[in-house]
Design a protein around this ligand. Structure first.
Ligand code: GDP
Length: 297
């Protein structure tokens, strides 16, 4: 079994919030994620985020960081939750101001609420003639979701993912909400986290994007992720730049695993390579037995 190291209070340091964007189809989730990705470049770095690795980190002008799961839609959110992974600290729920609070909006709200994840509403497409943000806020109020403008506690901001209007302020509200959550992690221990996505690349082999949640991941670390394992040969950030270390709330794609783990799989760094291999082969064996059993019934 895998035992996680208990942290002492004094070992914990503030970490960046991890944010998921959800909402009804066509309300602008992808546009918002794209806009944020293109506009926010780590200070001092040239060039934007070029790789789509399923997650990315941004640093705002004030130096604060936010990590985004770049898999819009609540399918990814629920798939991860179904595997026991709780990676999201905050949910941005996008609602088009020229439409209504739609069924998938309501679903997204209940998913976030069930997970105990605070919601921030992004009332989108305010650049459109037909946009009526107040009507959306009223509809939310009728669902007992009172936004700040309406005397409630839920943050919301009017934005346009197309022109960028309000996006910076939205991100400031994300940071404000994150501050209230007092998010902390111990960076000084073997890394643990969650797999965001993984695929086989013709030239590079298996590439797995992981989100480090605690500890620090380093090149040369031996990783177990679901049924897969291997030594981290290289790590890249969302710019395709090689990095040597990845601390808490950092998304990074790693090379070196013997296969593609599933989104939502936990990963752990092992000091003992053999132990990691043993657990991986036990999990593979278990999987085989389960599939034989389902074939028989
Ligand atoms: P998703 O399905 O929620 O990911 O929605 P998309 O980001 O794909 O957006 C759906 C459509 O709405 C696309 O044609 C976008 O260009 C458009 N769109 C998204 N945000 C805005 C916005 O703020 N203003 C306007 N005018 N169009 C937008």
């Amino acid at each position: 079994s895998i035992t996680e190291i208990e942290d002492n209070e004094e070992d914990l340091t503030t970490r960046a919030p991890i944010v998921t964007v959800m909402g009804h189809v066509d309300h602008g989730k992808t546009s918002l994620l794209d806009y944020i990705r293109e506009e926010n470049v780590i200070a001092g770095e040239s060039g934007g985020i070029t790789q789509h690795i399923g997650a990315y980190g941004v640093q705002l002008k004030n130096g604060q960081k936010i990590a985004f799961l770049d898999t819009p839609g609540h399918e990814a959110f629920t798939a991860m939750r179904a595997r026991g992974a709780q990676v999201t600290d905050l949910a941005i729920i996008v609602i088009a101001a020229d439409d209504d609070v739609m069924p998938q909006t309501k679903e997204a709200i209940s998913h976030a609420q069930a997970a105990g994840v605070p919601i921030i509403f992004a009332i989108n497409k305010v650049d459109r003639e037909a946009a009526n943000p107040e009507r959306i806020k009223e509809a939310l109020a009728q669902m007992n979701l009172l936004v700040e403008d309406w005397g409630g506690k839920i943050q919301s901001h009017d934005i346009s993912a197309k022109t960028g209007q309000g996006v910076e302020e939205l991100l400031e509200k994300v940071l404000l909400e994150a501050e209230l959550l007092d998010l902390k992690a111990n960076p000084d221990k073997p890394a643990v986290g969650t797999v965001v996505e993984a695929f086989l690349d013709k030239g590079r082999g298996y590439v797995s994007t992981v989100l480090v949640q605690a500890g620090t991941l380093r090149i040369g670390d031996y990783v177990l992720a679901g049924r897969n394992h291997g030594k981290v040969k290289a790590m890249q950030d969302e710019r395709g730049k090689n990095v040597d270390v990845a601390g808490p709330s950092t998304p990074v794609s790693i090379l070196g695993l013997d296969g593609a783990p599933t989104a939502g799989d936990k990963f752990h760094v092992f000091e003992d390579e053999k132990e990691a291999k043993d657990i991986a082969s036990k999990r593979t064996q278990l999987q085989r037995e389960q599939s034989v059993r389902t074939q028989k019934t």
